[in-house]
Design a protein around this ligand. Structure first.
Ligand code: XMP
Ligand code: MG
Length: 184
């Protein structure tokens, strides 16, 4: 395990229990209906794969990708859809699945864009929620875990495209200043 990932936030066994609970709640809420699950690429694909397999209702799937223009780990506020869904949402019960809800800007943009296409309903399911970092009002309908600030990786979440494959969630702990200098 890389040194920068010393702190485990969520163990794989804990995650699978929580994902089953979330799938149970979703299946109860939509009992007798079929949902269209839309995953937000790339980060949500691991969570979404586990979530849909734990549902007891039928679902169809599609994916959307949004980019925020700005550097580093912060959303700039300017969002654009860079890969749209391929299915028609009109009249459908849509569940948007996201890895992590932070400022709220990305999901606010995606949900508003989908609502313009006349779905029957739109709800949001986020694996993690950094509630205190919201820049716009946004509440997810289903949340796996609420977390404090801090950058996390694993279970689909990346840092510079690394670590998505890890089965648990880790807090990214950048090398202390002294160490960085020593490595330069
Ligand atoms: P918003 O628009 O809610 O954006 O600020 C949420 C998106 O920001 C990314 N994000 C993270 N990605 N670890 C990550 O790997 C994190 O701790 C983290 N916090 C925010 C992520 O792409 C998410 O979709
Ligand atoms: Mg994401």
């Amino acid at each position: 395990m890389a040194d920068v990932l010393k702190k485990v936030l969520l163990e794989p066994s804990e995650i699978s229990g929580r994902v089953s609970e979330m799938a149970g709640a979703i299946s109860r809420d939509y009992a007798g209906r079929e949902i269209l699950v839309i995953g937000v690429l790339k980060g949500a694909f691991v969570f979404m794969a586990d979530l849909i397999r734990a549902l007891s209702i039928p679902c169809q799937t599609d994916f959307i990708r949004a980019a925020s223009y700005g550097a580093g780990t912060e959303s700039s506020g300017k969002i654009a859809i860079t890969k749209d869904i391929e299915m028609d949402v009109a009249g459908r019960d849509v569940l948007v699945v996201e890895d992590i809800l932070d400022s709220g800007l990305t999901l606010r943009y995606i949900v508003d864009a989908l609502k313009l296409r006349n779905p029957r309903s739109v709800k949001v399911c986020a694996f993690l929620d950094k509630r205190k970092r919201r820049k716009v009002h946004f509440e997810a309908d289903y949340v796996g875990y609420t977390m404090e600030d801090g950058f996390v990786v694993g279970y689909g979440l990346d840092f510079n495209e690394q670590y998505r494959f890890l089965p648990g969630v880790y807090v990214l702990d950048p090398a202390p200043e002294g160490e960085k200098e020593a490595n330069e």
